[in-house]
Structure formats: C-alpha cells, structure tokens
Design a protein around this ligand. Structure first.
Ligand code: ZN
Length: 133
C-alpha cells in the first residue's frame, strides 16, 4: 500500500522526527514486510538515527561545515540553493525499515528523521509498505 503525509517546517534548515507519522500509517495486518519512506524532493532527505536534540543540531552543523552555504556552486546561478541539494544528497532520499506485526523494527534509539534543506516549506513524504507473504 501507498501512503503520504506532509511535513511543515518553520526554518530554512531543520531535522524533524517523523517516526510517529510513519508508524501510524503502517497497517497493523502486516505480519512481516518492508516499509520504504521516500522523500520526492531534491532539497530534502531522510535517514534513520537518534532523535536527541543535541544530535539533531549536530547534523545541521556538520552538514553546514561539509557543504558551506557560500561554496561558489554552479547551481547557485540557477536558483541559489545548491547547498540544500548537496546536503540532501549526503543523506539520501529514502530509507527502508523492516516491519513485524505492524510495527517498525526500529532499534531502541532509532527514529525516522526528515531533513529539510531549503525551507520553510510544506513537504510530501511517501510511504510504500509491502507484505513479504
Ligand atoms: Zn535548485
């Protein structure tokens, strides 16, 4: 099955914990399967890691140091957001999480983290959940 939900951000760059939004859209009748969370945007991304407030700040600062805002990028001549594209590429546009009895098989400290690189915006997140039997 396919599901979508939206993420609204209030700053240009932010990391949002979307675990609950994902979990509540996984059908309880899925015994064993896979849940893919996909971000259909070129300046946003998704990853799985710990949603600790300090670590979320660290993600933003490390991405900013790896990909400085004023890096003299060729794409900035087009729409001045090359940093957002490049930071998003480092995280990727999808994650796949195993599902057992309708529950995401996330580790104790794992959360699904949405990365906004060029906000504030309203973004769509797509989910595809496939039963393996
Ligand atoms: Zn662009």
């Amino acid at each position: 099955m396919r599901e979508t939900f939206t993420v609204e951000t209030s700053e240009r760059v932010s990391v949002e914990d979307v675990t609950d939004a994902v979990q509540q859209r996984v059908p309880t009748e899925i015994g064993q399967g896979l849940c893919t969370v996909y971000v259909p945007h070129t300046t946003a991304g998704v990853t799985v890691n710990e949603a600790e407030a300090g670590l979320l700040e660290d993600v933003e600062s490390v991405l900013a140091s790896l990909v400085p805002a004023d890096g003299g990028y060729a794409h900035d001549d087009v729409d001045d957001n090359a940093d957002a594209h490049l930071r998003s590429m480092l995280l990727g546009s999808s994650v796949t999480i195993p599902v057992t009895t309708g529950e995401l098989n996330l580790g104790t400290w794992q959360s699904v983290l949405f990365f906004e690189g060029d906000g504030p915006r309203r973004r769509t997140v797509e989910m595809s959940v496939i039963a393996s039997h």
